[in-house]
Design a binder for this molecule. Structure first.
Ligand SMILES: [Fe+2]
Length: 312
């Protein structure tokens, strides 16, 4: 459900925002005011949707990250971590009072649409829970530090009309570390951190937009689909122009690559698999980069896909 939410709903917003900006860039002095106003409204809404979705996905994942003894995002988590409680107690009375209001606010949007945000107002130097009944309602000079998508597309597929179960599951899967880092940044007047786990400086990488531009310019980049074999058995399509190579058998196919042409390596989401293959290729002298966000980001940005040739 989260992958579909990312590729389709978030992806639609990214693609539409790019299209609106292209239209805005092409306008001339003869553009009627109603047309400009309409595009500006769409731009604002889509910018909000893109940013709120990125923050929402960025504060998921507590289940996966937290070990059983980390005290963060335990599967049985029903309390607020002490570090967060200390931050918000002054504004809500207690952490449980905050949680009660946040959950109640989310439930009030069940069956409809909107966002619930724990927001830090830089202007008023305080936290509060806000709703945004559409993407344009994030508050002025404020940083959303915990974001919950209450649009039905965020839960309908897995939870049906049971928004309460969705909210409960969301709470058990909050990545509190990300929330605490956002709070620290907001309090120090810093921009919220970039939570894309594939966006690191320790290895050469390429964004899906950069890769699309390189392909359009005829750079001759060799595109390696390095998704794991068991994953590929469930997928019939890949990035247009890519060749699937088993990430566990680099030695068997590395000699088939052309040494003097760049290589772009992607996996499902831009986590360890693509990075490990990229690292091996670099060690062997290739100009290799991994694709940030993997095939999910490629699809979300509207990149072309091709059917995978069946094994002969
Ligand atoms: Fe959404």
């Amino acid at each position: 459900m989260v992958v579909s939410h990312y590729e389709n709903n978030y992806g639609n917003a990214v693609r539409a925002l790019n299209a609106v900006r292209r239209e805005l860039a092409a306008l001339d002095a003869g553009t009627p005011p109603y047309r400009l106003r309409g595009l500006k409204r769409e731009e604002l809404s889509l910018m909000g949707s893109v940013a709120l979705h990125e923050l929402y996905f960025g504060n998921l994942g507590g289940f996966r990250r937290a070990g059983p003894n980390s005290g963060l995002g335990r599967p049985d988590w029903h309390e607020v971590p002490d570090a967060l409680a200390a931050e918000i107690a002054a504004d809500f009375g207690s952490a449980s009072a905050w949680r009660r209001e946040f959950v109640g606010t989310a439930q009030s949007l069940a069956g409809g649409s909107g966002w619930v945000l724990l927001t830090y107002s830089r202007r008023q130097k305080r936290f509060w829970n806000q709703i945004a009944t559409d993407h344009t309602q994030a508050a002025v000079d404020a940083a959303p530090v915990l974001v919950l998508d209450m649009y039905e597309h965020a839960y309908q597929m897995d939870f049906g009309v049971n928004a309460t179960a969705y909210i409960d599951t969301f709470f058990r899967n909050i990545n509190w570390e990300a929330v605490l880092k956002r709070i620290e940044a907001a309090r120090n007047d810093q921009p919220l951190p970039n939570e894309d786990p594939s966006s690191t400086k320790d290895m050469p990488s390429v964004s899906v937009e950069e890769l699309a531009a390189q392909i359009a310019n005829g750079s001759g980049a060799q595109i390696v689909d390095a998704r794991q074999r068991d994953h590929m058995s469930r997928h019939v399509d890949l990035m247009a122009g890519a060749t699937w190579r088993d990430p566990d058998r680099v030695e068997e196919w590395i000699a088939e690559l052309t040494p003097d042409k760049p290589v772009a390596v992607y996996c499902s989401y831009g986590f360890d698999v693509g990075r490990n293959v990229t690292k091996t290729l670099i060690e062997r002298g290739f100009d290799a980069r991994f694709v940030r966000g993997g095939i999910a980001a490629w699809y979300a940005s509207g990149g072309a896909r091709a059917l995978r040739p069946t094994a002969g």
